[in-house]
Design a protein around this ligand. Structure first.
Ligand SMILES: O=C(O)CCC(=O)C(=O)O
Ligand SMILES: [Fe+2]
Length: 282
């Protein structure tokens, strides 16, 4: 049993991210350890682990210590276990999962609270993942823009990430579910959400799913939306994680955005991801 008091939390930037040292997450974790890890996640928005040996069951068991497992509505899960998504890139792949800045699965009524991503087969260089702190993105807006965004909601849709065209499926290994009866899933969420555990406000718009502000056309929304999406990942809000085999990133999807970098096209890259159930944003 791993004891919470042994854990060391080492921030990786001044803005976001911390590496956790001194814990083997393949072993059963006691409640003090889980509480310490959860606190580190709340403090740093994303936590990283190195040199972990996790099979699918181990990855799921670790994630399950932090909440109920979320089943993705669009992306096909592994044949071995549908709760685990295999995010695979073959050499030369045109499109990848997670390209461009986003928070995960924001088109559903209650988006996942977080994701645990595990590096199974990682390129020798390239294929990093970037994260950005959305508390800072909100806090650095001007008082006037903060006031303007108060109470404003935006429409989030899976039109571009799971649409009927399935153009994605032709160009990447990780497939969305092919469904002739596919219907768009769309929900309104506040542009500024309050984190249910920390009580802090975070910006909550992204380039993958946010279509328009409520009561406004996409054309009217686009300039401000684009400004907010660009502001959301300024270098001083972000960190970059370089993967090794056995690395883990566990992000809080309520206060962090992330993007995968598509710069390792010559190499195969294989990751496994488990998501956790979250609340409806408020
Ligand atoms: O493969 C990556 O680096 C991240 C992909 C992604 O966006 C995700 O797992 O949610
Ligand atoms: Fe993602």
């Amino acid at each position: 049993m791993q004891n919470g008091s042994n854990i060391v939390v080492e921030p990786v930037t001044g803005a976001i991210g911390a590496e956790i040292v001194g814990v083997d997450i393949s072993r059963p974790l006691d409640d003090a350890t889980v509480a310490a890890l959860r606190q580190a996640l709340l403090d740093h928005c994303v936590i990283f682990f190195r040199d972990q040996e996790l099979d699918m069951a181990g990855l799921k068991a670790f994630a399950a210590r932090f909440g109920e497992i979320f089943l993705h509505p669009n992306i096909l899960g592994s044949k071995a276990d549908p709760a685990v998504i295999e995010i695979i890139r073959q050499p030369g792949e045109k499109r990848i999962v997670g390209e461009d800045w986003h928070s995960d699965t924001a088109h559903v009524a209650a988006p996942p609270m977080g994701s645990v991503l595990y590096g199974v087969d990682v390129p020798p260089y390239g294929g990093d993942t970037l994260f950005a702190n959305q508390y800072l993105a909100y806090e650095t807006l001007s008082p006037g823009l903060k006031r303007m965004l108060e109470g404003v909601r935006a429409l989030h849709s899976d039109r571009d990430v799971a649409g009927p065209a399935a153009e994605l499926n032709a160009n990447r290994s990780t497939k969305v579910r092919e469904n002739p009866d596919w219907r768009e899933t769309a929900h309104f969420h506040p542009v500024v959400r309050t984190h249910p555990e920390t009580g802090r406000k975070a910006l909550y718009v992204n380039r993958q799913t946010t279509m328009a502000f409520e009561h406004m056309t996409p054309e009217e929304s686009r300039p401000l939306l684009e400004y907010l999406c660009r502001h959301a990942h300024r270098p001083e809000f972000s960190c970059r994680f370089r993967w090794r085999r056995g690395s883990v990133a566990f992000w809080d999807n309520r206060c962090a955005q992330h993007t995968a970098v598509h710069d390792a096209g010559r190499f195969r890259r294989e990751m496994r991801r488990v998501q956790l159930v979250g609340d409806a944003p408020f």
